[in-house]
Design a protein. Structure first.
Length: 314
C-alpha cells in the first residue's frame, strides 16, 4: 500500500519575522532619535557641544557594556579582520562622534524642529549613496517616498521660524553628511559584526576620541543643574545606546536606502515633541508637512504583492 507524500513540509517564516522585527526596531529608533533633538536643545545652553557628546557617549558605552554582560555574562566576540575594525572605527568617529558634536553645536543656533528638518536631508543622501556604492539600486517606491518625504520637509521648513543663523544651517548640513556617510560605512561593517557589537564598539571609540574634553566636562557638570545632567544621561541611554542598537538591528535586515527614508518621520515627531515640551508651537505648514513626511515613509515601504503564477492546464 502506498501512502501519499506528506504535506507537512514547512516553509521558513524567518524572512517575514525578520521584516516585522526590523520595522519595530526602526520605529523605536525614530521615536528615540526625535526625542534627542528636543533633549539636546533643552540642555544645550548648559553643556558645550563636545563635553555633552562625551558624556552622552560615555553613558551609552557604559549602558551597553552592562546590558551585554547581564544578557550573556561575557563580552561579544570582537572583529577579526583589519577591514572590519577600520569600518567600525570610521562609523564611530564619523557618526557617533563628529555627527553628535556637529548637531550639538547646531542646536546652539537653531531650534530643535528646524535642526531635525535640516539633518533629515541625510536619508536622501543615503538613498543615493546606497544605490551608487552598495548596489541597492533605485527602486521606484524608495525614490517616490524620498521625493514625497523631502517635499514634506520643504513644507515644514516654509513655516518654521528659526532663531539661528547660517552657521547653524551649515552645521546641520555637515551633520547630515556625516550621518549619511556613517550609515553607508555601518552597512558595510554589519556584514561581519552584529548590531549590538558595532554599536558598543562605536560608542567606546567615539568616547576615546572625545576624552580630551574631559576637564571641560567635569567643570561644566559641577556647575550644571541636576535636570541637565539627567537629560544628558537620557541621551546616552535611550537615543544612543538603545536607539543606535535598534537602528543597527534594522539596518542589518533592510536596505540602507529604504530604511533611511523611514527616518523622514523624525522631523514630524521632533516638531510635535518640541511643541509639547519646549513650547515651540508648530505652524499649519508644520502639521501639513509632517503628514506628508509620514506619507513618504509609507510609500517608501510599499511593496506590491506578487501575483501567483498561473498553473498551466493539464
Amino acid at each position: 500500500m502506498t501512502h501519499a507524500p506528506s504535506s507537512t513540509t514547512t516553509h521558513p517564516a524567518h524572512p517575514r519575522t525578520d521584516t516585522v522585527k526590523a520595522a519595530v526596531a526602526a520605529a523605536v529608533t525614530i521615536l528615540l532619535w526625535a526625542s534627542a533633538f528636543v533633549g539636546i536643545r533643552a540642555i544645550g545652553d548648559v553643556l558645550s557641544p563636545a563635553p555633552l557628546a562625551l558624556l552622552r557617549l560615555a553613558v551609552a558605552a557604559a549602558t551597553l557594556t552592562v546590558l551585554i554582560l547581564v544578557s550573556s555574562r561575557r563580552l561579544p566576540s570582537l572583529p577579526r579582520t583589519r577591514r572590519a575594525w577600520s569600518l567600525i572605527a570610521a562609523y564611530g568617529v564619523l557618526w557617533l562622534c563628529c555627527y553628535t558634536v556637529a548637531l550639538n553645536a547646531a542646536e546652539h543656533h537653531l531650534d530643535a524642529g528646524t535642526a531635525a528638518l535640516l539633518v533629515n536631508i541625510a536619508p536622501l543622501l543615503v538613498t543615493c549613496g546606497a544605490g551608487l556604492f552598495l548596489g541597492e539600486g533605485f527602486p521606484r517606491p524608495v525614490l517616490i517616498g524620498a521625493v514625497v518625504g523631502m517635499s514634506g520637509i520643504v513644507i515644514i521648513g516654509m513655516g518654521t521660524e528659526t532663531r539661528g543663523d547660517w552657521i547653524g544651517v551649515g552645521l546641520c548640513v555637515l551633520a547630515a553628511v556625516l550621518y549619511a556617510t556613517g550609515v553607508l560605512v555601518q552597512k558595510k561593517a554589519l556584514a561581519s559584526v552584529d548590531a549590538t557589537t558595532i554599536t558598543w564598539l562605536g560608542c567606546l571609540i567615539a568616547t576615546v576620541v572625545l576624552l580630551p574634553w574631559t576637564p571641560q566636562l567635569v567643570t561644566e557638570v559641577a556647575a550644571a543643574p541636576a535636570p541637565a545632567v539627567l537629560g544628558a544621561v537620557y541621551l546616552g541611554v535611550f537615543p544612543t545606546a538603545i536607539g543606535f542598537s535598534t537602528w543597527a538591528y534594522a539596518l542589518k535586515r533592510t536596505d540602507a536606502g529604504k530604511l533611511s527614508v523611514s527616518t523622514y518621520a523624525v522631523p514630524a515627531i521632533a516638531v510635535l515633541l518640541s511643541w509639547v515640551l519646549l513650547s515651540e508651537i508648530p505652524t499649519a505648514y508644520g502639521l501639513i508637512g509632517g503628514a506628508v513626511c509620514l506619507a513618504g515613509v509609507a510609500l517608501s515601504r510599499y511593496r506590491p504583492r506578487r501575483r501567483r503564477a498561473e498553473t498551466p492546464a493539464p
